[in-house]
Design a protein around this ligand. Structure first.
Ligand code: ZN
Length: 458
C-alpha cells in the first residue's frame, strides 16, 4: 500500500506532501527543529477530512492535526510514522452575520484575518494573543486559547457558539448552532474545545462577535507592593463599570528587560518600582470613559494603591504600552528560556514567586527569572532563562521547582498553553485520579484505537 498515493486519491495531487517535503517545514514558533511525518495531508473540506480520517482509522494510521504551530507545549508534535493533517487549505470566512453577531469560519482561518474581517461590521472578535498573525481559530479552539482580554470576554470556550468536528472513524459531528442559549443535553462542542486534537478534528466554527468598542484608554502604573496590586484590581474593576478589559502585571525584572536596549521599548515611567500594571479600558464614549478612567487612577493614587502612572493620550500611546507587554521575544536573548503558564489564587502569588526566587540560585546557579502575566485571570507567566550548555540539565530542576511550589496552592500547571507532551508528567498536580479516569473514558469512547494526536495530555 502506497500511503501517499492513497491520500492523494482523496485530496488531490497537491494536497499531500511526502516525508522529504514535510522535513523542509519548521516544527513551529520558537522551534529550531523541522517537522517529521510520513506525510502531510491538506484537505480542502470537511468531507475530505472525513475521508482521510476514515482511511487512517481503517489502516491504523496515527494522525496529528496541526494549525498555525504557535503552541508552546509540543502539543502538535508528530513522529516519523504519523500522518500530519493540516487545516491550511481550509481558510474561508464563510459568513459574518452582523444581526446575529456571529462569524462562521473554517478552522484554518488565522485569528488576525477574522479580527480584521469583522471590523468593517463595527464588530470585534475579542480573542487576542501575541501569535494572532499565525495562530488559527481551529487551534485556538483545540487549545482553548486565552490571551490578553480574558478578564472581560473569557477564553475561547466562551466565544464558540457552534462547532463541527470529524471523529477518529471519519464521522462528522456538526453542532454549528448560532444560538447563545441552547440547553439541549450535553454540550458536545465543549468536549472538543481544549482537547488538543485528541478527541476529533475541529473543521468549522460559529464564533460569537461583540460590539466594537469606541473608546480605548490604557495606563501603565507602578504599585508599591503586591498587596496593593490585589486591591487595585478590585478598585479599578469597581470604578470602571464593566469596561475593564485587561489587567496585566509585570514584575520589575521583566519591565526592565522590555524597556532597556537592545529592546526597542523605552520606560513610560521609572524602572525603580517593584511592580507594574498595564490597565486597559474599552468603552463606548471617548470623553466620559477617559474622564472615568482618569478619576479611577487618581483615586488609586490617593489610596496608595499606585505610586506612579503614565496614561495614554492617543491610540499610538495605547499601542506603545501594549508593545512592551507583547515583547516577550526578549526572553530569547542570550539564553534559552523555560516558559510556564501557571494559575493560582492572587493572594498566593507573591509567596509563590518569592519561593522560586529564593530556591533557584541554589538549584541551578546562574540564571534569570522574569514574571509577568494576566493577573486579573489569576494567570502568571514565569520564565527562567539559563545559558545553553546548562539548559538540558537545568530544565527538569526548574520544572520540579516551579510545579513543586505550585502544589501547596492547588494551582494549575497550565492556565492557557495546554498540556501537550511538555506537562504530561505534572498533570496530576492539577487533576485527580478520578478526573483523569473520566478523561480516559471519553478518549476511549471517541477514539478507541488511540490514533488521534497519540500520547498527548496523558
Ligand atoms: Zn498568556
Amino acid at each position: 500500500m502506497d500511503v501517499i498515493q492513497c491520500l492523494r486519491a482523496m485530496v488531490g495531487q497537491d494536497g499531500v506532501l511526502d516525508a522529504s517535503q514535510v522535513s523542509t517545514r519548521s516544527a513551529g514558533v520558537l522551534r529550531p527543529d523541522r517537522l517529521t511525518a510520513q506525510a502531510l495531508v491538506r484537505p480542502k473540506s470537511t468531507e475530505e477530512v472525513s475521508a482521510v480520517m476514515r482511511w487512517c482509522n481503517a489502516n491504523g494510521m496515527r494522525v496529528v492535526t496541526q494549525g498555525g504551530l504557535t503552541g508552546l507545549v509540543h502539543g502538535a508534535d508528530a513522529a516519523p510514522g504519523d500522518i500530519i493533517l493540516s487545516l491550511e487549505r481550509m481558510r474561508a470566512i464563510e459568513n459574518i452575520d452582523s444581526q446575529q453577531r456571529t462569524a462562521t469560519v473554517e478552522a484554518g482561518v488565522v485569528l488576525q484575518a477574522l479580527q480584521e474581517a469583522v471590523e468593517a461590521h463595527q464588530l470585534v472578535f475579542p480573542l487576542d494573543l501575541g501569535a494572532r498573525g499565525s495562530a488559527t481559530l481551529g487551534g485556538n479552539a483545540a487549545t482553548n486559547a486565552g490571551g490578553n482580554r480574558v478578564i472581560r470576554y473569557g477564553m475561547m470556550r466562551e466565544m464558540v457558539l457552534g462547532l463541527e468536528a470529524v471523529l477518529a472513524d471519519g464521522s462528522i459531528v456538526s453542532s454549528m448552532s448560532p444560538l447563545i442559549k441552547n440547553n439541549t443535553g450535553y454540550d458536545l462542542k465543549q468536549l472538543f474545545i481544549g482537547s488538543e486534537g485528541t478527541l476529533g478534528v475541529i473543521t468549522r466554527l460559529v464564533l460569537r462577535l461583540r460590539e466594537k468598542p469606541l473608546s480605548n484608554n490604557v495606563a501603565f502604573a507602578a504599585a508599591p507592593s503586591f498587596d496593593a496590586i490585589a486591591k487595585l484590581l478590585r478598585h479599578i474593576d469597581r470604578s470602571l463599570g464593566g469596561t475593564l478589559s485587561a489587567f496585566e502585571v509585570m514584575w520589575q525584572s521583566f519591565y526592565k528587560l522590555v524597556t532597556t536596549a537592545p529592546a526597542k521599548g523605552r520606560p513610560p515611567i521609572s524602572q525603580d518600582y517593584p511592580y507594574y500594571i498595564l490597565i486597559e479600558c474599552l468603552g463606548t464614549d471617548r470623553e466620559l470613559d477617559t474622564k472615568r478612567f482618569g478619576a479611577a487612577l487618581e483615586s488609586a493614587l490617593e489610596q496608595g494603591l499606585i505610586v506612579d502612572a503614565a496614561v495614554s493620550r492617543s491610540d499610538a500611546d495605547c499601542s506603545a504600552f501594549w508593545s512592551l507587554r507583547d515583547d516577550v521575544a526578549q526572553v530569547m536573548r542570550d539564553g534559552v528560556p523555560v516558559v510556564f503558564d501557571v494559575s493560582l489564587p492572587v493572594a498566593e502569588m507573591e509567596r509563590f514567586v518569592d519561593t522560586l526566587r529564593d530556591a533557584l540560585p541554589n538549584e541551578i546557579g546562574d540564571h534569570k527569572l522574569w514574571v509577568f502575566g494576566h493577573l486579573g485571570d489569576g494567570n502568571l507567566h514565569v520564565i527562567v532563562q539559563v545559558k545553553p550548555p546548562d539548559y538540558g540539565a537545568a530544565r527538569p530542576k526548574i520544572e520540579a521547582l516551579v510545579y513543586g511550589a505550585l502544589k501547596p496552592f492547588r494551582g494549575s500547571v497550565s492556565a492557557e498553553h495546554g498540556i501537550g507532551l511538555e506537562k504530561k508528567p505534572w498533570l496530576s498536580i492539577s487533576r485527580s485520579e478520578t478526573e483523569l479516569a473520566v478523561m480516559r473514558t471519553l478518549k476511549g469512547a471517541l477514539d478507541p484505537k488511540g490514533l488521534l494526536n497519540p500520547g498527548k495530555i496523558f
